[in-house]
Design a protein around this ligand. Sequence first.
Ligand code: APR
Length: 266
Amino acid sequence: MSLQRLAMPGLRIFLTGAGVSAESGIPTFRGAEGYWTVGAREYHPQELATHYAFTQMPEEVWAWYLYRRAVCRAAPPNAGHLALVEAERLLGEQFLLVTQNVDGLHLRAGNSRERTFEVHGNIDYYRCSENCVAEHFALGEGFLPFAKDQKLSAEQQALLRCPRCQAWARPHVLWFDECYNEEFYRYDSSRTAAARAVALISVGTSGATNLPVQMGYIAAQRGAFLVDVNPEQNPFSQLAQQQGGSWLRESASTGLGKVVKAMQHG
Ligand code: APR
C-alpha cells in the first residue's frame, strides 16, 4: 500500500499506545504483570487505576504506581521512539505526538514537551489530590527502585503530600473513572489538531479509550490520510482501510521506520 501521501505538507499527527513501548519491555497495562495483591486479594489494573480506589486505599494505589514507574524508568527507548524523534526533526511544526503512554519514554527519547501531548498523564509526576493548584511536580529520583508488592514506609507516605496544602499527592495520570480535560490532558488541543491534520498515524493502540478514537473519526471526516501500525486488527486499522489509508501489520519500530522514510521520500 502506498504511503506517498505522508510526504504532503501539513500537520501530521502520531497517536501512540502501549504497543510502542512493548519493544522496550514495558508490560501492557492489561497483562498478567499488572495485577497487584493487597492482603488476600488480587486487584486488576482497571480496579486500581481509579479515583475510587485511591480514596479507599491511597497507600496501595501509590505503591502500585511507584512499582510501575520503577519498571518504566528502567526501560530504554526503542527504535520506534527514536523514529518519532526523527519525524519531529524532519517535520518541525508540522509534527504532533499524542500519546496514551504514561511511561514518559517519548520525552526521554528526545521528543519535545511542546509537541508531545501526554493525554493520559505521566507516571513520573504527581499533583495535589484536592486540586489546590493546577500544577504537577516531578517525583525525581525518589522512590527508586520499588519492588512488586512492596509497601510504602511511613517516611515515604509523608513525602507523598501536596507541597502547598499537605493533602495526599496523587499520580499525574488519568484514571478510568475520570474525564479528560484540557488543563491536565490537552483534550481540546488534541481534538482541534485532529481536525486540521493532513495525516494521522496511529501506532500500537487497541482503540479502547475515548479521545484517541474521537481523533481518528475527526481526522477521517476531514479527509486526512490514515495509517495504522499494529500487528493486530483494531478500530484504527479498520478505519484506515475504509478511508483508503494503510494498515501496516507489523511492529511499531518496523512500521514507524517505513512511515518516516515515506515522509522523506514519498
Ligand atoms: N508494535 C505495535 N503494536 C503492538 C506491539 C508492537 N510491538 N505489541 C502490541 N501491540 C499492539 C496490540 O496489538 C494492541 O492493539 O498494541 C496495542 C496495545 O493495546 P492496549 O494494551 O489496550 O494499549 P493502549 O491502546 O495504549 O491502551 C489505551 O487504556 O489501559 C488504558 O490508560 C491505559 O493508556 C492506556 C489506554
